[in-house]
Design a protein around this ligand. Structure first.
Ligand SMILES: NC(=O)c1ccc[n+]([C@@H]2O[C@H](COP(=O)([O-])OP(=O)(O)OC[C@H]3O[C@@H](n4cnc5c(N)ncnc54)[C@H](O)[C@@H]3O)[C@@H](O)[C@H]2O)c1
Ligand SMILES: [Zn+2]
Length: 376
């Protein structure tokens, strides 16, 4: 296996007592999956859940790796895209898993982006009252964010991720070579979450990204490093606050504004999640600077980096019509993270110094957004 790896894989422990698990990050790790699964759960059958795109590109390698360690595997393939996170597909995947005779003691393997991870994780949380699952994330967003931390969900007609469970995986294997097949726009969108970790809590990492982001995009060893830094940060936050009652909220930097923009554009190709988060983080920095929480030049530095990699940072970077300020305010008030009507904002005192502010005045936000939209 080592011959396939340019550098040794990084292993990060998510410390959650009896529910602790490892995140392994490295180039070429899919080839080692059989060995890793056998070491984790000898004799287990594996039910692979993936989507059509990922199946075409990476399923054969995963199946070969499992077969190489004599592990029996079945496959469940869903349509790509957010649409798979609904009740109908959820039911189908549950039924297929039961039909494949996946039992307690067996393993679900989520192979794909955040959609597959959220769906397969939720299925695993309920089939036979709970199966263990392994995350094999294949998008940058999934490698740095959704595969770690145990949040699983499908969507409701009332909003995204409203039906789900906290269910931690037993192992996360992030093969950074899998990202080589990811469309450039998806990679860039996922990079917004990488920048998020730097902006919310790690100024030194932000400086490092300013210098090394091109190598992260190109797939050199800097990519593994960046993903490991993000996973370490997320692991630490999740260990402190698994259920998001405190610190974990910091991971929502850019997400309150971002979700409103995503909802306003219909969760469509017009604006990918990370793109919305980038625009949302830029708004959070500018809004914080407006409130004199940090110098304007520092907010500009944060925004400049997002723009440099090609992410949207202004409402005018988003193609097509945007709704009125009133509508955006309504969308923000529907955010799942609201407490009695007013969303919690993640504001910042500088690069790497985000904090949770539940006392932001709605009138201030409305005035700020009004100004930003008027510039379109
Ligand atoms: N659970 C959490 O903590 C958490 C956190 C953040 C986001 N999410 C969820 O994650 C989802 C978004 O995840 P995503 O951005 O990974 O989207 P995704 O899973 O839809 O993947 C994006 C696209 O890339 C394709 N793809 C995946 N891997 C590929 C590869 N290696 N090569 C080529 N194509 C590939 C997919 O088929 C899809 O078309 C949302 O549903 C969001 O709610 C969950
Ligand atoms: Zn996000």
């Amino acid at each position: 296996m080592t011959a396939l790896l340019r550098t040794d894989p990084a292993t990060i422990r998510v410390a959650l007592g009896a529910r602790s698990y490892d995140i392994v990050i490295g180039r070429g790790l899919i080839a080692s999956l059989g060995m890793r699964v056998a070491a984790l759960r000898a004799g287990a059958n594996v039910a692979i859940v993936t989507d059509e795109n990922v199946a075409r590109l990476h399923l054969a390698a995963v199946e070969a790796a499992l077969a190489g360690s004599a592990i029996a595997a079945s496959r469940i393939i869903v349509s790509p895209g957010e649409g798979a996170k609904n009740f109908r597909v959820f039911e189908q995947v549950c039924e297929q898993m039961i039909a494949a005779r996946v039992e307690r003691g067996d393993l679900v393997l989520a192979l794909g982006g955040g959609v597959v991870g959220d769906l397969a994780g939720f299925v695993a949380s309920v089939v036979r009252r709970g199966l263990d699952y392994v995350q094999v994330p294949t998008t940058l967003l999934a490698q740095v964010d959704s595969s770690v931390g145990g949040k699983t969900a499908i969507n409701s007609a009332h909003g995204k991720n409203l039906i789900g469970a906290f269910h931690q995986p037993v192992l996360v294997v992030a093969d950074t070579a899998a990202l080589d097949t990811l469309p450039a726009r998806e990679f860039r969108s996922g990079y917004a979450e990488v920048a998020k970790y730097a902006l919310l809590g790690d100024a030194a990492f932000f400086s490092w990204l300013e210098t090394n982001w091109r190598e992260v995009f190109n797939g050199g060893p800097a990519r593994e490093h960046a993903i490991a830094v993000c996973c370490r940060a997320k692991a630490a936050i999740v260990a402190r606050d698994e259920r998001e009652t405190g610190d974990r909220q910091l991971l929502n930097l850019g997400h309150t504004f971002g979700h409103a923009l995503e909802a306003a554009t219909g969760f469509s190709e017009r604006l990918l999640h990370g793109e919305a988060v980038a625009a949302g983080m830029a708004l959070a920095f500018e809004f914080s600077a407006r409130r004199s929480l940090l110098p304007a030049a520092e907010a500009e530095r944060a925004i400049r980096h997002l723009a440099e990699v090609g992410l949207p940072t202004e409402p005018q970077d988003i193609a097509g019509e945007l709704p009125s300020v009133d509508r955006l305010m309504d969308l923000m008030a529907q955010d799942k993270k609201i407490k009695r009507g007013m969303p919690t904002f993640i504001l910042t005192r500088g690069i790497g110094a985000a904090f949770v502010d539940s006392g932001v005045d709605a009138g201030d936000v409305r005035a700020f957004l009004g100004e930003k939209l008027a510039k379109r």
